[in-house]
Design a protein around this ligand. Sequence first.
Ligand SMILES: [Mg+2]
Length: 411
Amino acid sequence: MKIKSIETIQVKEFPLIIWVQINTDNGITGLGETYFAPNAVAEIIHNVLSPLLVNKNPLNIESHWRNMFDMTNAFGYAGAEARAISAIDIALWDISAQFAEQPIYNLLGGKCRDKIMTYNTAGQYGNNTDSIDAILNPVKLANSLMDQGINAMKWAYTDHYADINRGTYISNEDLKLLSEPIRKIRKEIGYNFEIANDGHGRWNLSSAIKIGKFLDDYKMLWQEELIQPVNVENHIKLAEEIEAPVCVSERLITKYQFRDYLKEGAIEIVMPDLIWTGGITETKKISTLAEAEQLPVAPHDMTGPVNIFACAHISMNIPNAFIMETCRAFYEKNGWYNKIVDRNIEVVEGDLLAPKGIGLGTSLKKEILNRDDLIYKKTDTNSDNFHWGGFNSNLFEVVSKNGKKSIKRKL
Ligand SMILES: [Mg+2]
């Protein structure tokens, strides 16, 4: 089996997301996805990475990941490059699993569970008002989630206050104000409903400690990215000062960045974003590093439908999967996932079920390619003479004669 072509698919209605389809010569198509700056991602895929892949065997995923990473890491890999690698990696797993006529989780080593608990990040789409209710009607929101069997939620309770002064200072008055929705849930519902806070890396360390300590009174599920993950030592200080587990999340790209936090004990909840950090291949490895440190993994979401399918396979497979982020505003019947994919995720009584069928378990709706707002590109370039940066090792060959090696210009 060989890779024949690579397609990128964007629609202007959802301007931050991009899908990748990898087509093979035996008719199997693999699907991947990533999110943010999609035009930059498309450029990397078509002009940098596709020459490494076209005409190659799609089953050699480890080799492809390494080749793609080696190609891009001279230029700061943790950007559009890592997102492009992530999207391609998912598509390659989809191909391999379809080829094996198995779901992806069986290629990863099988299932540790049949379903995983979810939490709802309050989002907004169509008539869904979860993100408004998170602040203005928190008890109504919590009750409506519990009615669906969802017993945990996340909201960025502190973002608005960080924007006032770039996260340099939080007053006692603002602490009281920002915690009001949490206080109401605790008063009306109690402690059976879990609440996590995402700081989106907007605070300095002293403010983060003040916020974390204040919210500890409400027994938060975790404190996520109160500070930017640019400094391991500050996370150790934060973890020492606050009671809630410190969650380090989607801003860490690849096992290399997670390793720095894991080995120093600077992370207590491990939250890789699969479509940013390097795909299924890399998320499995990050999860294994976390397992070695006896830490739980809670995959990041709030992006697109393919991410959550890929995360579902990882969550079924890894022993240390804890909880899966989902956004019901996106996946519910009137959400936007149903506009994009043939098969939606299944969340039953708050649990995300193992994907059904072979491969990833979903595919893009065919009609997407007929949309008026489509941005589409396809590459089927032959890769044989590809090299980068003017350094072409194919110009030379090592030859052995009478037990002695020498290097010669290739004829
Ligand atoms: Mg986050």
